[in-house]
Design a protein around this ligand. Structure first.
Ligand SMILES: [Zn+2]
Length: 64
């Protein structure tokens, strides 16, 4: 008999991060405007081709 498994990973502490796929090594983010908007900032992708916005938690991933 297999044990009854219940998905209990529903954490609602943090909103899902935006993931934005980009094609360049340098990205800009302004939060998309609205209540989540913030001053426009630029980020350089790291060696893994990723960047993270400190304002709005957007996550940038370079397309392969
Ligand atoms: Zn941002």
């Amino acid at each position: 008999m297999s044990s009854h498994s219940t998905p209990a990973n529903e954490k609602t502490t943090l909103p899902p991060h935006k993931i934005l796929y980009v094609e360049t090594d340098r990205v800009s983010c302004d939060g998309g405007g609205g209540v989540l908007g913030h001053p426009k900032v630029y980020y350089d992708l790291n060696e893994n081709g990723e960047a993270h916005c400190f304002y709005c938690c957007a996550h940038f991933i370079k397309k392969p």
